[in-house]
Design a protein around this ligand. Structure first.
Ligand SMILES: [Zn+2]
Ligand SMILES: [Zn+2]
Length: 147
């Protein structure tokens, strides 16, 4: 992934993606802040898989076409609004998660990118919920929880 940028404008990295049915499409500019695997129970449930792969970006880096449906999930003690998960209402593909505690920062789901060849997670979080058979190469930082 190219790291070069000019002032506040990123020129080099452009990515696009779409949901399974194609009703939702998006474009993304600029490098992600981070690429993180999340092993939390909620990501496993939403994806139906073992973990989610997330490109953490500023909201302004992503433009989405098409209607999304949202589900707001609360913290583990059901205490506070925590994450808004946005997905295609037709096919159910997860597109983005908004981290409500960190305004302006969203996670784009790597599985809905058109070109996934440059995706390389460097961080994994919520390892306390990691499925026992999962072992990922190339991860620099592994956190039991979020931080
Ligand atoms: Zn769809
Ligand atoms: Zn998660």
């Amino acid at each position: 992934m190219q790291r070069r940028r000019c002032g506040l404008h990123y020129h080099r990295y452009m990515a696009s993606g779409h949901c399974l049915c194609g009703a939702v499409t998006f474009e993304m500019t600029g490098d992600p802040i981070a690429t993180a695997v999340c092993h939390c129970d909620h990501c496993q449930r939403q994806s139906g898989g073992a973990f989610s792969v997330n490109l953490i970006v500023h909201e302004s880096q992503v433009s989405i076409k098409g209607d999304l449906k949202s589900y707001i999930e609360r913290g583990e003690n059901n205490d506070d609004d925590y994450v808004r998960r946005n997905f295609c209402p037709t096919c159910g593909s997860p597109i983005t998660s908004e981290l409500l505690k960190t305004a302006g920062v969203i996670a784009v789901k790597a599985g809905v990118l058109n070109d996934k060849s440059s995706v390389q997670p460097a961080v994994e979080v919520w390892c306390e919920h990691k499925q026992p058979w999962v072992s990922l190469p190339g991860i620099a930082v592994s956190l039991e929880r979020e931080s």
